[in-house]
Design a protein around this ligand. Structure first.
Ligand code: 13P
Ligand code: SF4
Length: 348
């Protein structure tokens, strides 16, 4: 199903709409806006005719977030909203593990992933067979798995967590267990062990997965930034190394970082994470100053408007998320457990 071209009037209204979202302040030229508007106009008309919904992670490109997304958020918010959507089709702008989560929660719906390169180094660090081996080594210990994992890995887990709820859920589990297996992020595992005062390798068992974006931030430059920007608040994602986390003002997920900025009166902020969050913060809080200290995630940035349009016009089987029924049934349980355990702590 191809979409028609917008008329001159429709194109100009769409270009104005993107401008009003502050895209020019992020460096989009008039030509960029017009090129994006042609695509967003077509995607938005297909969305209506196909009864599709577009969830987008906050690291996605600004033209996706402001141009076509129906809802944006961190991994927790996206999975929760996907579990409630009435749409017939989900075109997921994020990475594969997020689209798989949407499929697990909506087995009867068509879920499309526009870019096949949209993987994740954490998700790729572990297989279901690895989880089975870890479980055999630590019998009785609950397996708490970060949402950044494949459906097969989720199917072997007891509870899924995200950056928005991991400390709270782990705390609840430690009330009943002496040892927990946390997979697969080594850095986040170390940060959790420190925050919860647990012995790494004994009370908290982790894996060797790392995020290629957050693993590489350098703690030694933090002192220099503090001198250059007096009063700056430095916020880091919980996938960053414990060395970096020990010198920042706040650690958490992308949702927590946005909530912190919203409430704080600091003169400036440094968001130590993927660059998309800074772009979003600049458009959401135009009166606040954001000091650049970010990295691009090649997986998150693999999705562009062209790929979204292509997958909506001509979906190919490779872009359609298909999972075996038994994996869906097994993986759904630990995700639902996460929803139950987060009810009293995570506000969307
Ligand atoms: P959040 O759930 O905090 O948005 O994190 C997702 C992610 O991929 C971080 O790198
Ligand atoms: Fe995965 Fe890191 Fe990219 Fe997030 S930022 S999708 S954890 S590689």
């Amino acid at each position: 199903m191809t979409s028609r071209e917008p008329s001159e009037k429709e194109l100009s209204a769409e270009t104005d709409r993107l401008f009003e979202h502050g895209l020019s302040d992020l460096g989009y030229t008039d030509q960029d806006l017009e090129r994006c508007a042609r695509l967003t106009w077509k995607i938005n008309s297909l969305k209506k005719s196909q009864q599709a919904v577009i969830p987008a992670h906050v690291y996605q490109r600004a033209e996706i977030i402001h141009g076509v997304a129906d809802f944006i958020g961190d991994s927790y918010k996206l999975s929760k909203l996907c579990s409630e959507t009435k749409a017939r089709k989900i075109v997921f702008c994020g990475v594969r593990f997020m689209a798989e989560t949407a499929k697990i929660l909506n087995p009867e719906k068509e879920v499309l992933l526009p870019a096949l390169e949209a993987g994740c180094s954490l998700s790729e660090s572990i297989t279901a067979a690895d989880v089975r081996q870890v479980k055999a080594k630590h019998p009785g210990a609950p397996v708490v798995t970060y949402i950044n994992t494949s459906a097969d890995v989720k199917a072997e887990s007891d509870v899924i967590v995200t950056s928005a709820n991991a400390p709270q859920i782990m705390k609840k589990l430690y009330a009943k267990h002496d040892k927990i297996v946390f997979l697969p992020d080594e850095m986040m595992g170390a940060n959790l062990a420190k925050a919860l005062d647990k012995k790494l390798g004994k009370e908290l068992i982790t894996w060797k997965g790392r995020c290629i974006v957050h693993d590489n931030f350098d703690a030694s430059s933090v002192a220099l930034y503090r001198k250059m920007y007096p009063g700056v608040k430095i916020l880091a994602h919980s996938e960053c190394s414990p060395g970096l986390v020990s010198v920042v003002d706040m650690i958490g997920g992308t949702g927590d970082m946005m909530k912190f900025v919203e409430k704080s009166k600091a003169p400036s902020y440094m968001l130590v994470t993927e660059c998309g969050l800074g772009d979003l913060a600049r458009t959401k809080f135009p009166g606040k100053v954001f000091v650049p200290m970010c990295r691009l995630c090649p997986y998150m940035k693999a999705t562009g408007l062209e790929q979204i349009l292509r997958v909506m016009e001509k979906p190919s089987p490779t872009h359609r998320i298909e999972l075996p029924a038994d994996i869906i049934a097994k993986a759904r349980k630990p995700i639902e457990r996460m929803f139950e355990l987060s009810e009293d702590t995570v506000k969307l």
